[in-house]
Design a protein around this ligand. Structure first.
Ligand code: ADP
Ligand code: MG
Length: 242
């Protein structure tokens, strides 16, 4: 099976109160094409940082990240930005939709293809329909529920058919039932469109539905005691109060 993501000797530290604190030290990690992976772990254990590095939004201090055969660590920042726009979809917990744009416009501005307007509209409308928002395309984010806003954010992440879809706590601010719907949607869409999916989550109901699930501390060599003070250590099965 081909690899979609290869991590080697990845290191990241942050400067906190004038001293450098190691956050991530991941000797190696691989994800195969088409895999659906959930990463859990205590607050402050570097999950979001890990996704930022994989997406190329943030640079590592050292090490290699290869996404779909492309070495992010060798790219200039502008090349990495262009690669991310077309090859990586990123769903964030807080949606980050532009408030003055409609649902359809929020998706359309993320499109990298230079297709005529009519075809672009068809692609966006078809995706909005797949997530049950066919009749909400002209709504502003403020006219949508939180679950609907997250659906728009998911469509925006998928609009360029990226080989890799990343999601950072995509159900973190949703009620239980909506969270369950969003979990199903991410898994179903990734299956249908062949995206490799990596989700970071506190939501153990969501993590349980993934064929591959790991705690970041299984692959990160940075000991939790070395991390800046956060909540106490949490086992994979413990309930988390956000
Ligand atoms: P998680 O997503 O697992 O909660 P994060 O990746 O957000 O963890 O953060 C890991 C650690 O790195 C935390 O202790 C956090 O305070 C610290 N951190 C994250 N971003 C920065 C930054 N830009 N500058 C300094 N410290 C940071
Ligand atoms: Mg986080």
């Amino acid at each position: 099976m081909a690899l979609l993501l290869q991590i080697r000797d990845l290191k990241k530290q942050f400067k906190v109160d004038g001293r450098f604190v190691p956050i991530l030290d991941i000797p190696q990690w691989y994800v195969e094409k088409g895999e659906h992976v959930a990463i859990t772990g205590p607050s402050g254990s570097g999950k979001s940082t890990f996704l930022h590095l994989i997406s190329g939004i943030m640079s590592a201090d050292s090490g290699g990240i290869v996404v779909d055969g492309q070495p992010l660590h060798n790219m200039t920042e502008s090349k990495r930005d262009a690669f991310r726009a077309s090859a990586i979809g990123y769903v964030l917990q807080d949606f980050h939709l532009l408030p003055s744009l409609t649902a359809r416009q929020n998706v359309e501005i993320a499109m990298t293809s230079r297709l005529p307007h009519k075809e672009r509209k068809q692609i966006v409308d078809s995706l909005l329909e797949q997530v049950g928002l066919a009749d909400r395309s002209k709504h502003l984010p403020s006219q949508l529920s939180r679950g609907q806003q997250q659906r728009v954010a998911i469509v925006r992440a998928l609009v360029n058919q990226p080989p890799l879809l990343l999601a950072d706590e995509p159900t973190g601010s949703l009620d239980w039932e909506t969270a369950d719907e969003i979990s199903s949607l991410l898994l179903d869409l990734s299956m249908t469109h062949g995206h490799t999916l990596i989700v970071v989550t506190h939501d153990l109901n969501m993590a349980d539905r993934f064929p591959r699930c790991l705690n970041i501390q299984e692959i990160n060599k940075v000991h939790r005691d070395a991390l800046p003070k956060q909540q106490g250590p949490l086992g994979k099965r413990e309930k988390v109060t956000l």
